[in-house]
Design a protein. Structure first.
Length: 171
């Protein structure tokens, strides 16, 4: 009688012991993750305000068309170029493709078209400063038409990137 009653209890104890081991493993992983989170928080908090501003310029948080136009206008003026036309278009929601369809992309893309007039050396200086700026901008095409002496008409097609605010709010 005792033997018949103790076998199921013994099996139950073995199963519970296995479950306890599994839970201890999960708890250990939780503590490791919390420790990593705390370490990353310390690193994040150690970033100076100046460095944080520089980092946020690489891929800005907000998709500001006005800020982008102003940046290109100032860069053109600094380098002796006349910005005749600028066109900024943001990707349409249906055109955005994510690796995981239900997941929002990490960033948004703005297509930028520029039409400028100026000298070849001014264009080289413009492109050099654009290359050395903190902001991520990809030049897709560059074309130009010869004008009088050292005066050209330049057309540039580029892409600028912005962090996806919806994706960042869901973190």
């Amino acid at each position: 009688m005792f033997f018949g009653w103790s076998v199921p209890v013994t099996e139950n104890i073995k199963n519970l012991s296995k479950d306890i081991g599994d839970l201890e493993g999960v708890l250990s992983r939780f503590y490791d993750l919390r420790k990593s989170k705390n370490e990353l928080t310390q690193v994040y908090n150690s970033i100076s305000a100046r460095d944080y501003d520089r980092i946020s310029k690489i891929v800005p948080l907000a998709a500001g068309e006005g800020d982008l136009v102003l940046e290109f206008q100032n860069l053109a003026e600094e380098n002796g170029l006349l910005l005749k036309k600028i066109d900024v278009k943001f990707a349409i929601e249906g055109e955005k493709k994510a690796i995981i369809p239900k997941e929002k992309p990490l960033y948004e893309i703005a297509s930028v078209s520029l039409a400028m007039d100026g000298s070849y050396n001014s264009l080289k200086s413009f492109l050099s400063k654009l290359e050395n700026s903190l902001r991520v901008i990809d030049i897709k095409t560059l074309s130009f038409n010869a004008g009088e002496s050292d005066f050209y008409e330049f057309n540039i097609s580029a892409q600028a990137y912005f962090q996806n605010p919806v994706r960042n709010l869901n973190k």
